[in-house]
Design a protein around this ligand. Structure first.
Ligand SMILES: Cc1cc2nc3c(=O)[nH]c(=O)nc-3n(C[C@H](O)[C@H](O)[C@H](O)COP(=O)(O)OP(=O)(O)OC[C@H]3O[C@@H](n4cnc5c(N)ncnc54)[C@H](O)[C@@H]3O)c2cc1C
Length: 440
């Protein structure tokens, strides 16, 4: 029987492994940490899974979380500054935030329960070469930090050479959670972004925060001043920044109870978004492929990295299933063709994320302002926001923004010219832009 080795038990490796297993293909997952250890570790991120990823989870039969106590329908976007305004929309298909310290160990256990093998060990470059002789194909899914050196950066797809944002994320206490369950996105000119949401955690659903600070801004200190050096001082600082830059969250803060939920429930750091070649030759003549963050690392600002990793994992699984059925080898030709498919699955998220990291051009501000005045535009915008192809369809250019507004505003529709490259943003290829989404 064909055997696929996957190094890394993050969302990319797990979704790939579970999908292959569901087609009767033997899978061995090599994981740095065992599930029990992972459960007790540090908060790795605050990840939202949107409707397309949740559909894949249902297909894999791993939709263990969800329902009225977890599903997020409400999305509020505030543009904070001298002329603050905001929009509030409702999702048609809910998003969910699950603490990855629950999510990934549970999916690893599902994989084992379905006949997959989980081997706990860290794999280095030499180990990878040995594994490549034991499996028909080895896929590297070690995230943005592990084994990426094998896969060269593609400069023309990687506009960033340093971190565009400095990050702070945490689970919180002492913040009254929004009801209905929702997310507050604060876009703060000159500072960055603050996202308040609600995460299903070991302690139940709890408030969470992600600060995306522009380097040199007043928010940046939340990424550089160590929380553990003086937790009380840090929490006072965080409260101050919420008061000044995320007032809609701050008004639900109880200062007497406010703080970081537990000693492992925070993270600080930064990284450079990068697109790498999706495959690499090994010295022994075999090839390995990359998926997820190892292939494409996005900044978290758009909440898309894991969603893109899951979409790419499915695209790769389909390629592997087809090659096995046709008895085609896992050679360079396979790698090149598969990379095209995994990049096609991930590219819209990358273009949308890189666009969002820049100040919004006037046509996007116009859409946001319209959303603050027209509930139908707000609903259409927040639904599109979760799906990169759709939001690019709404924001890629002045023409697409006009078409989006014409379709979603109760005003008489105007003839809209076709979408083309935006001048103010990095060019966005037309093939990653979906036709304008309409929400009724
Ligand atoms: C603060 C923050 C917020 C985020 N918010 C969102 C969001 O809202 N929505 C979203 O879609 N994405 C979000 N992301 C991005 C998301 O976390 C990543 O894109 C996603 O987790 C990538 O999945 P992956 O499987 O490729 O890598 P990872 O999840 O990083 O998994 C890699 C795995 O490989 C293991 N590993 C590493 N090296 C080795 C080795 N040598 N041998 C064996 N195992 C190894 C690691 O231990 C890990 O288990 C966020 C990220 C951050 C930091």
């Amino acid at each position: 029987m064909a055997s696929i080795g996957i190094v890394g038990a993050g969302t990319a490796g797990l979704h790939l492994g579970l999908k292959l297993l569901s087609h009767g293909i033997s899978v061995t997952l090599y994981a740095e940490q065992d599930p029990a250890k992972l459960r007790l570790g540090r908060l790795p991120n605050t990840v939202a899974h949107h409707a397309p990823t949740r559909a894949r989870e249902r297909e894999l039969d791993v939709a263990h979380w969800g329902g009225p106590q977890a599903d997020m329908y409400q999305v509020d976007i505030h543009v904070n500054g001298p002329q603050s305004f905001g929009l509030s929309g409702r999702l048609e298909s809910p998003t969910i935030f699950v603490d990855y310290r629950l999510y990934q160990p549970k999916l690893a256990e599902d994989l084992v329960a379905r006949g997959g093998v989980l081997e706990v060990r860290s794999v280095d470059a030499a180990g990878l070469e040995a594994l490549s002789t034991q499996h028909d194909l080895v896929v590297v899914a070690t995230g943005r930090n592990g084994l990426t050196a094998l896969f060269p950066r593609i400069p023309e797809l990687s506009p960033h050479t340093k971190p565009p944002r400095l990050l702070f994320a945490a689970l919180l206490k002492g913040v009254q959670m929004q009801d209905p369950i929702g997310m507050h996105a604060n876009l703060i000119p000159g500072q960055g972004e603050i996202f308040e949401s609600q995460v299903v955690s070991r302690q139940g659903r709890v408030p969470s925060i992600l600060v995306e600070a522009l380097p040199g801004s007043e928010l940046a200190v939340l990424s550089t001043q160590r929380y553990d050096a003086d937790p009380r001082a840090f929490e006072a600082l965080l409260m101050d920044r919420l008061r000044r830059f995320a007032p809609a969250t701050y008004e639900r803060v109880n200062p007497a109870e406010f703080g970081i939920l537990g000693p492992m429930d925070w993270l600080q750091g930064s990284f450079t978004p990068t697109v790498r070649r999706g495959w690499a030759p090994l010295a022994n003549g075999r090839f390995v492929m990359a998926v997820g963050d190892t292939h494409v690392t996005n900044d978290p600002v758009a909440g898309q990295g894991a969603n893109a990793a899951s979409a790419s994992a499915f695209a790769m699984a389909e390629s592997i299933i087809e090659a096995l059925a046709a008895e085609r080898p896992f050679d360079e030709g396979f790698c090149r063709a598969t990379e095209e498919k995994t990049w096609a699955a991930a590219a819209p998220a990358t273009y949308w994320t890189n666009a969002l990291l820049q100040p919004p051009p006037p046509h996007v501000v116009e859409v946001l302002v319209a959303g603050s005045q027209e509930p139908r535009v707000a609903d259409a915008f927040v639904n599109a926001f979760m799906i990169p192809e759709h939001i690019l369809g709404a924001c890629a250019s002045p023409e697409s923004a006009a078409a989006f507004l014409a379709k979603n505003r109760p005003a008489p529709a105007r003839e809209a010219p076709p979408v083309h490259e935006a001048l103010a943003w990095h060019p966005i290829p037309e093939e990653v832009v979906a036709p304008v989404a309409v929400v009724r």
